[in-house]
Design a protein around this ligand. Structure first.
Ligand code: ADP
Length: 334
């Protein structure tokens, strides 16, 4: 995928794992969530009980999985990882829940994508620490309630609004992660360069930070691409020239927009005269899933002021036209 796609494959996940901060104190930015979470964890530890269930929401790549791992680490608990789409049947979830040990942390990524029966099973388990295990098949099937030891669910979602109220209400703490400031991403890549043991100049770090769409995952990924460039074409040193050259190779523009971001804006401006146009129509016109455009592309474009959402559809702002080097349409006379 494109270099700034927040989606990641297995090799990249391994590269990412190497760069994850392990303690809350090493987690850069998100001061509010960090302070709130550290209170929740300290209080629970003082009481000698597992912390309440935690829901983390925010765009991909902002540190939800990292925080789940940190939570488990801070309270000295084992971590189990699954995701909404990975749980096909309620039985899959029952198997996971019934094997949990006391105090374990169960991380459920994309918790908004659980199927309804699993979702119901989850909120009963979260509330009552109980799971109903179905034994047998057809008319002979019976359900046996199984008591669970106390544990903590950490749910992650890119779309908190999609979570049904009964499930959302079971989370005692909800933390919202927002895009990072360039100064924070500067710190992220500086730490990562230390871990990777590569020499990174401060102005190169600033350049990467500015062009990472407010997202640590993208910042770390661009850092690795700049390292590649520096090793193969440069002097090995990650300086400003290497950063700029690598970012150009990977088609990341000065505002941090990648091919897909610009493709969406270009379609909006040229095919739909700047909108308004529905999100799914826009997604089809760039050959992407609606969900990809909605979770990975649109939030940043909205936040940076390139695109606005209206009840009638998406609209390109004057800044979008300008960024693409296009003349905005003349306002209609009258
Ligand atoms: P999410 O689960 O929200 O998609 P991840 O937790 O997988 O995001 O984070 C993606 C990458 O970004 C990881 O390599 C992680 O180390 C890094 N990262 C995320 N947040 C931070 C942070 N606050 N400080 C340092 N690194 C971070």
């Amino acid at each position: 995928g494109p270099v700034t796609s927040p989606d990641s494959g297995a090799l990249e996940r391994a590269a990412e794992a190497a760069l994850r901060p392990r303690r809350l104190a090493e987690f850069v930015g998100q001061q509010v969530v960090r302070d709130q979470l550290s209170l929740v964890l300290e209080a629970a530890t003082a009481r000698g009980r597992p912390p309440e269930h935690v829901l983390l929401s925010g765009p991909p790549g902002l540190g939800k999985t990292t925080l789940a791992m940190i939570i488990a680490g801070e309270i000295g608990a084992a971590l189990r990882i699954t995701s909404g789409p990975a749980i096909q049947h309620a039985g899959d979830l029952a198997a996971i829940l019934s094997s949990l040990e006391e105090g374990e942390v169960l991380f459920i990524d994309e918790v908004h994508r659980l199927a309804r029966p699993a979702e119901e099973m989850l909120y009963i388990a979260m509330e009552d620490f109980r799971v109903d295990v179905v034994v047998g098949k057809g008319v002979g099937a019976t359900s046996i309630p199984l008591e669970l030891p106390p544990f903590t669910v950490v749910g992650a979602t890119t779309r908190a609004g999609l979570l049904p109220a009964p499930l959302r209400d079971r989370f005692g703490f909800v933390g919202h992660l927002d895009y990072y400031r360039a100064s924070e991403l500067h710190e992220v890549v500086t730490r990562s360069a230390l871990r990777l043991d590569v020499p990174l100049d401060p102005d190169a770090a600033a350049e990467i930070a500015e062009r990472s769409r407010g997202t640590p995952r993208i910042a770390n990924r661009l850092l690795r691409r700049v390292r590649d460039w520096a090793q193969v074409r440069g002097s090995g040193r990650l300086d400003l020239a290497a950063a700029r050259a690598a970012l150009e190779v990977y088609e990341v523009d000065p505002r941090g927009l990648d091919r897909l971001d610009r493709g969406v804006l270009a379609a909006l401006c040229t095919r739909f005269a700047g909108g308004p146009v529905g999100l799914s129509t826009l997604a089809v016109s760039v050959g992407e899933e609606t969900e990809t455009v909605e979770t990975m592309v649109e939030p940043y474009l909205v936040r940076e002021g390139f695109l606005t959402r209206t009840p009638r559809g998406r609209i390109a702002t004057p800044m979008a036209w300008e960024h693409l080097g296009l003349a905005p349409p003349e306002p209609a006379a009258g």
